[in-house]
Design a protein around this ligand. Structure first.
Ligand code: AHG
Ligand code: MN
Ligand code: MN
Length: 337
C-alpha cells in the first residue's frame, strides 16, 4: 500500500542535501506541523467545543480578539517553546516578543507567527489559516532582543502557512527548494506532499481587493482597478474577475493555485491615522512574499520589494501587492508614475 511523501520525509530529505545540517530545522517544522494539526482539529470542531466568538479582549493593534486567536496563540507557544528548536517567538497576538521559560533549552531559530489569519471569518465558517516566518537567531542567544527579530524578509530561512479550508493544507517555502504543498490526511494524521515546486502563472485576469476602501485609494491603485473593471472595452482589452475572501491565507492559496493579484494597499484613511498599511510586515507580508517569489510571482508595496524592507517594529504594517508577475509589475509601474 502506497503511503506517499509525508512532510517529515520531505524535510529530512531536504536536510540531507544541506551540508552540516543538524536536524534542528526538521524538528522545528515538525513542531509547527503539530501546532497546525491541533489548530485544524479545533477549527473543525468549532461550535461543538465552544471555541467560536469573541474573547472579550484586544491585541496590541487594538483589534478585538476572537477566542480562537487566543487559543491558537497558546497552541503555538506550547508546541514550540519547550523543544530546543527556537530561541524566541513573536506573534500577532502578543504585544512583546515572547521570552522562553528559563528552563527551556534554546535553539538556533526565531519564529514569528500569525496564529489565526482571517479570524473575522471564523464565526461564519469560512477558511482561516496560520502564517509563520523562520529566521536565524544570533549564535548562543538566550534572551533575544526585539532587534534580533527585525531582519529583512530576504533573510528568512523558511516561511509557510497552513490553510484550514475544506482540506487542511500546509504550504512551505525555502529559498533553496521553492514551494511545496502538503494536504493533511485527517484519518492518518500526516501532511502528505500533494503539489511539488508550485509556480504562479505570469498572467491573470483575476484580482482581489477590498473595494469598500476605494474612495481612499491612491491614484495608481484606482487606475489599475478602473482598467480591470473597464474589461474588454477598456485599455486592457479583456474582462477581469474579482474575489475577496478576507483571509490572506486563502487569497494567497488561490493565487498559487491559479494565478491572480492580491492588494491591500496603503490608502488615505490609513495615512491619516499614521498607519503604513493594513497587513503586518513580519508575520503576514514577509512569509507570504517569500512564498510568492519562490513560486515565480512578485511581491511589492507598490514602491519597493517587500523582502528588502528593513523592519522597524515587530508589529509594523505595510502595503501589500502580490501575485502574478506581469500584473504586479504593471501596478508597480503605475506607482512609478
Ligand atoms: P487577521 O485576522 O490575522 O487580523 O488578518 C486579517 C487580514 C487578512 O487576512 C485579510 O486579507 C484582511 O485582514 C481582511 O481585511 P478586511 O477586513 O478589510 O476585508
Ligand atoms: Mn492575519
Ligand atoms: Mn491573526
Amino acid at each position: 500500500m502506497h503511503i506517499g511523501t509525508t512532510l517529515t520525509n520531505y524535510i529530512i530529505e531536504t536536510q540531507r542535501q544541506i551540508q552540516g545540517a543538524t536536524g534542528e530545522f526538521t524538528g522545528l517544522l515538525n513542531d509547527i506541523a503539530v501546532a497546525c494539526k491541533k489548530i485544524s482539529g479545533l477549527v473543525d470542531k468549532g461550535d461543538l467545543i465552544g471555541v467560536l466568538g469573541s474573547a472579550g479582549s484586544e491585541n496590541v493593534q487594538g483589534e478585538t480578539q476572537k477566542k480562537l486567536d487566543v487559543i491558537t496563540n497558546e497552541v503555538f507557544l506550547e508546541a514550540l517553546a519547550h523543544n530546543g528548536h527556537v530561541a524566541g517567538l513573536a506573534s500577532e497576538e502578543m504585544d512583546e516578543i515572547y521570552e522562553l521559560p528559563a528552563d527551556a533549552p534554546r535553539g538556533h531559530y526565531l519564529v514569528l507567527f500569525d496564529p489565526l489569519d482571517g479570524s473575522s471569518n471564523i464565526d461564519v465558517n469560512v477558511s482561516v489559516g496560520t502564517i509563520f516566518s523562520i529566521i536565524k537567531a544570533p549564535e548562543g542567544v538566550v534572551r533575544p532582543t526585539t532587534e534580533d527579530f527585525l531582519k529583512p524578509g530576504a533573510q528568512q530561512c523558511g516561511a509557510g502557512y497552513c490553510l484550514y479550508g475544506p482540506s487542511t493544507m500546509m504550504v512551505f517555502a525555502t529559498a533553496a527548494r521553492g514551494v511545496q504543498m502538503f494536504t493533511l490526511d485527517k484519518d492518518f494524521g500526516e501532511f502528505l506532499l500533494t503539489h511539488e515546486d508550485v509556480k504562479i502563472p505570469d498572467d491573470t485576469s483575476e484580482f482581489a481587493i477590498n473595494a469598500s476602501n476605494s474612495r481612499f485609494w491612491e491614484e495608481p491603485v484606482k487606475r489599475y482597478v478602473d482598467e480591470c473593471l473597464a474589461g474588454s472595452e477598456g485599455p486592457r482589452g479583456k474582462d477581469f474577475n474579482m474575489r475577496w475572501i478576507a483571509s490572506m491565507v486563502a487569497e494567497v492559496h488561490r493565487i498559487l493555485t491559479r494565478g491572480g493579484v492580491f492588494m491591500y494597499p496603503v490608502d488615505e484613511k490609513m495615512k491619516a491615522k499614521k498607519l503604513g498599511g493594513k497587513l503586518r510586515l513580519m508575520y503576514e507580508a514577509n512569509p507570504m512574499s517569500l512564498i510568492i517569489e519562490q513560486a515565480g510571482g512578485v511581491s511589492s508595496t507598490g514602491r519597493e520589494r517587500i523582502l528588502d524592507m528593513v523592519p522597524e517594529d515587530v508589529h509594523q504594517r505595510v502595503p501589500v501587492i502580490l501575485g502574478s508577475r506581469n500584473e504586479v509589475e504593471r501596478i508597480v509601474g503605475y506607482h512609478a508614475g
